[in-house]
Design a protein around this ligand. Structure first.
Ligand code: AMP
Ligand code: GLY
Length: 422
């Protein structure tokens, strides 16, 4: 069968790498893809949210399954679009419809869902310009630091964590007055959770689910988790502190109630759910839901899956995930992200990348890259993710850092301390 994969990051290269190993795959198309995906399948030159071009490609290339990588097309309704067009509605989409994608698109929607289904999460209050006195009063009752979240998608910048109450009140008012545009017309004020963050992922058909490996990512640009937030600078899976007891509690109190809650609410869901968790001891609370896989978490989670990913996706589409089990590689996978100089601030694209061919120890996933003639150049802040396996994280990281010695581009930066806290 032919598959269309939407997206262009390291996550999509990891998906492409895995799908290409499936016996069920005939031809993989990626839109728009990157230099790495072009080695595995056929890149199509349109954006992941160009619905008209998606329809045209589904027809032209006889696509039998669409896998959506990033949240943007989902939140914009790509699944609804395909499902409601009589020419292409027979093609299953892995990724939820627009209403279900609101779990990521609106923090308030996600909090209301969690409260309704008794899923552990931080206490919260939704602030608007019309209830600002009550909002200040809720804020004043919280212990610092104060957590303010723009309700809508704000390119990963919509969460502020502020030590001082007066600054928090001031920032809250700025947000409500449009600091993040329409995304912060509502602001979710949250109790601050303490512990250590971890993520876990499932693939669900709306009723049944398979649990994918957990992972920990490193979001800050600087070593020791300092400096600005990024999309993610590296990841490790499995997470050493994720004991069988913690995992069982997460399934019982979070994963199952979430999937059951979607079903009970009549919210169809076919796709991945990303649970961002705060763990303390053997218990976890949900910080956020994402309606897709994480990046760079996918670059460690997907390589650890030994089962056929395309078979799992088809089972999700056919609502038969209850008949599937998932085989995992017990080894540790680590990934280290190579980024452009200046990222997450301003940076330049089109820097030629040299990759020596001696990289047998690692999988080199492309993120922000493209080909100009036959040269691979940088095309984004996060450029390449270097994934390796080991019997433990140190062994895996050693391989990733060795491979990085064979990769260069002007301004290249990476963190040398991925996994430092584990
Ligand atoms: P989010 O976009 O909701 O994932 O938030 C971004 C980051 O802010 C998270 O990865 C956490 O590091 C932090 N964060 C969000 N909510 C809380 C909370 N209630 N308590 C502590 N930290 C939080
Ligand atoms: N690495 C975090 C995310 O994909 O949102």
């Amino acid at each position: 069968m032919n598959v269309l994969l939407l997206g262009s990051g390291g996550r999509e290269h990891a998906f492409a790498w895995k799908l290409s190993q499936s016996k069920l795959l005939t031809q993989l198309y990626i839109a728009p893809g990157n230099a790495g995906t072009s080695e595995i399948g056929i890149n199509l030159p349109f954006a992941a949210n160009d619905f008209a071009a998606i329809k045209q490609a589904i027809k032209q290339y006889s696509i039998s399954l669409v896998l959506v990588g990033p949240e943007d097309p989902l939140v914009k309704g790509v699944h609804d679009f395909i499902a409601s067009d009589k020419d292409i509605q027979h093609v299953p989409v892995i990724g939820p419809k627009q209403y279900a994608a609101t779990l990521e698109g609106s923090k308030e929607f996600a909090k209301e869902f969690m409260i309704r289904h008794n899923i552990p999460t931080a206490a919260y209050f939704t602030a608007t310009i019309d209830n600002i006195d009550e909002s200040f009063s809720f804020l004043s009752k919280q212990k610092p630091p104060f957590v303010l979240k723009a309700d809508g998608l704000a390119a990963g910048k919509g969460v502020l964590i502020i030590d001082d109450l007066e600054t928090a009140k001031h920032e809250l008012e700025l947000m409500l007055r449009g600091k993040f545009g329409a995304a912060s017309k509502k602001v979710v004020i949250e109790e601050c959770l303490h512990g250590i963050e971890m993520s876990i992922f499932v693939l669900t058909d709306g009723k049944n689910y398979v649990i994918l490996p957990e992972a920990k990512d490193y979001k800050r640009i600087g070593e020791g988790d300092t400096g600005l937030n990024t999309g993610g600078m590296g990841a490790v899976s499995p997470v050493p502190f994720c004991s069988p007891e913690l995992l069982s509690n997460i399934e019982k109190t979070i994963i199952k109630p979430t999937v059951d809650g979607l079903y009970a609410d009549g919210i169809e869901y076919c796709g991945f759910i990303f649970f961002g968790l705060m763990v303390s001891g053997n218990h976890a609370k949900v910080i956020e839901y994402n309606v897709r896989m994480g990046d760079p978490e996918t670059e460690v989670v997907i390589p650890r899956i030994q089962s056929d990913l395309l078979e799992l996706c088809l089972a999700a589409a056919n609502k038969t995930l209850n008949n599937q089990t998932i085989q995992l590689d017990p080894r540790t996978a680590t990934t280290v992200m190579l980024v452009s100089g200046g990222y997450p601030g301003d940076y330049e694209n089109n820097k030629p990348i040299t990759i020596c061919s001696n990289n047998d120890e690692s999988i080199v996933f492309h993120a922000g890259t493209k080909k100009i003639d036959n040269t691979v150049v940088t095309n984004g802040g996060r450029v390449i993710a270097v994934t390796s396996f080991g019997t433990n994280k140190n062994e895996a990281l050693k391989k990733s850092y060795n491979t990085i010695k064979n990769i260069t581009f002007e301004g290249m930066y990476f963190r040398k301390d991925i996994g430092f806290d584990l």
